[in-house]
Ligand binder design. Structure first.
Ligand SMILES: Nc1ncnc2c1ncn2[C@@H]1O[C@H](COP(=O)(O)OP(=O)(O)OP(=O)(O)O)[C@@H](O)[C@H]1O
Length: 551
């Protein structure tokens, strides 16, 4: 009863089994649900502290889950006019604490997929704007599509408070860089990946006596020379090449630098810049100036922040305790090599928090997806994010895995499954189909067609559309959620991607490739709320075995 189980339910709870637990807890208060789920997975939850006799009963964290004290007439009007989404009103006490607390430096909220990090980021931005009249708050995330989705949620959270809404700027990180750079230095011409590749290939052909592959050179350019904005041989010679594991001796380094010098000169000649150049120049422009583009920045999907962007945010928030708030999951890092945040002035030690209630994904799907990742993931600075002890708030059917004989077999398995979901009442836009890369999109298209549905292909600009099943590579699945998800084409040479494996230079680089490939599959599977189907052509990916381990 100390956990909040009402007396009349105690006997049912005592008699609960693995099969009946979810039916029973549906009837219990949320704090009791969470405590029982933790007990069921072998954790030891602490009973809540009783409130002192004279304390305001509405101020207790568990009371706040049910009551929202409206502080002004606008909020009351909004509550009467709009049926608020639950997340907009009732935060879990662990979420509410992170939203409202004042910190003395950069702060990071972690948690596995679906634990409400984005919701916390959103509320945090509103809280900062409310608590600091006249300030501007940047709420930023990875892609334009995710920024749009944040904008829609923000509009419902601060409808009726135009003065708050006007001070919160929601933009994708690249748009933040592009707009500020345009204001200060004129519109940047950004180098396309194909341009970098061609400059690297040309420069490499001009330097004799090396045997570096184009793949290696592009990686070294992106992850070391460009990311860390190295401009001279001395800087390149002394850099510790964080994130790149292959050791390179003096002579080899000299020939590499000759190549990269040519790449840099090629960019300058064409008046083209990279994204790292954009953020690097913006960072330099902040040095010694007190004016800042934003007073506070709240950064979602922070696990994929690049070096130059991290440096820019660090410079923006120097000396401001609450200046930076990051939300992210190291287990979902899919774009960036790991690097030390601390070395750039972003020290989150002691201000790193983990959310553990999963609101998105059924118990069964989460349990399977969690098997794709280790139980603890650490960053370069040694901050460990434990993934154990997360509980889902609801139950659902187990995910289905089908190893198919060939592409046409897979197409009909997936087509039938999608049709069945649509017949169950799922609308097409509540279904997502994800594949490893562009090359497998045609398999997804064929399956959606076989289900008799229309498809929309998501990317950085194209979003989920009413009446259409969403198709995309796993990269664009980031941050989204669907009632039903299919992860297709999990063949053994597709995930982990064989090209990436074949081009690695040593074991340490191989480990990084395996990690990001696992992260991709984890991101794709955890987009599902209720139903998940994973398919591939036999032999299927080794990751599928991990997914099924113990089933
Ligand atoms: N306090 C809450 N009450 C009800 N629903 C919530 C709450 N917090 C989050 N949710 C819901 O849980 C789902 C996942 O939330 P959110 O997208 O913030 O998770 P996330 O941790 O950012 O996930 P990911 O890492 O996959 O991007 C959303 O549907 C959100 O509305």
């Amino acid at each position: 009863m100390a956990f909040g189980v009402p007396e009349e339910w105690v006997n049912d709870v005592r008699a609960a089994t693995e099969d009946t637990l979810f039916d029973i807890i549906e009837h219990l208060p949320q704090e009791a649900q969470e405590a029982l789920l933790k007990l069921a997975v072998g954790e030891k939850p602490l009973p809540p502290e009783p409130a002192p006799a004279l304390a305001d009963p509405f101020a207790h964290p568990d009371a706040q889950r049910r009551f929202r004290v409206l502080t002004n007439a606008e909020e009351l009007k909004q509550a009467l006019d709009y049926p608020w989404d639950k997340w907009a009103v009732f935060l879990h006490p662990a979420q509410a604490e992170l939203v409202e607390k004042s910190f003395s430096g950069p702060t990071r909220v972690s948690g596995s997929a679906g634990t409400g990090k984005t919701i916390v980021a959103l509320h945090r931005a509103v809280h900062l704007a409310r608590a600091n009249p006249g300030s501007t708050v940047l709420l930023t995330t990875f892609s334009r599509a995710l920024a749009n989705s944040l904008r829609v949620k923000l509009a419902s959270l601060v409808a009726g408070e135009p003065s708050i809404a006007a001070r919160i700027v929601v933009k994708a990180i690249s748009t933040v860089g592009y707009d500020l750079y345009s204001e200060r230095f004129g519109q940047p011409q950004i180098a396309a990946p194909a341009m970098i590749r061609s400059l690297v290939t040309k420069a490499a052909s001009e330097i004799e006596g090396h045997r570096f592959s184009t793949h290696f050179l592009v990686g070294e350019w992106e992850d070391v020379v460009d990311a860390w904005q190295l401009r001279s041989w001395d800087e390149y010679r002394d850099v510790s090449r964080l994130g790149r594991k292959t050791r390179i001796g003096g002579k080899q380094r000299e020939s590499l630098w000759s190549i990269f010098e040519r790449v840099r000169a090629g960019l300058v000649e064409r008046r083209i810049v990279t994204w790292s150049d954009v953020f690097g120049r913006l960072t330099d422009s902040l040095v010694g100036k007190s004016a800042r583009p934003y007073d506070f920045a709240v950064i979602d999907e922070a696990q994929d922040l690049g070096v130059a962007e991290a440096r820019f945010f660090a410079a923006m928030a120097v000396g401001r305790g609450d200046g930076l708030f990051f939300a992210g999951d190291l287990g979902q890092r899919i774009f960036q090599q790991p690097f030390s945040w601390k070395a750039l002035g972003l020290d989150v030690r002691g201000r790193s928090f983990t959310l553990r209630i999963n609101y998105r994904t059924s118990h069964q799907i989460r349990l399977h997806a969690d098997r794709l990742l280790p139980t603890t993931v650490s960053d370069v600075d040694g901050n460990a994010e434990g993934r154990r002890g997360t509980v889902s708030m609801f139950d659902g059917p187990p995910p289905m895995v089908v190893a198919c004989a060939d592409a046409s077999n897979e197409c009909s398995v997936v087509g039938d499954w999608i049709s069945a979901r649509l017949k169950d009442g799922c609308s097409p836009s509540e279904v997502g189909v994800f594949v490893r890369s562009d090359a497998e999109l045609k398999r997804a298209r064929a399956a959606v067609k076989a289900a008799g549905a229309r498809a929309v292909e998501l990317n950085d600009k194209v979003e989920v559309e009413n009446g259409a099943v969403a198709i995309s590579t796993m990269h664009f699945a980031k941050g989204l959620e669907f009632r039903s998800v299919v992860v297709m084409a999990c063949d053994d040479d597709i995930i982990p991607q064989s090209d990436r494996i074949e081009s690695v230079a040593d074991d340490a680089d191989l480990e990084e490739v395996y990690n990001t490939e696992r992260h991709l599959l984890y991101v794709a599977c955890t987009r599902a709320r209720d139903h998940l189907l994973v398919t591939g052509i036999t032999p299927v990916s080794e990751f599928v075995d991990d997914f099924l381990k113990g089933s």
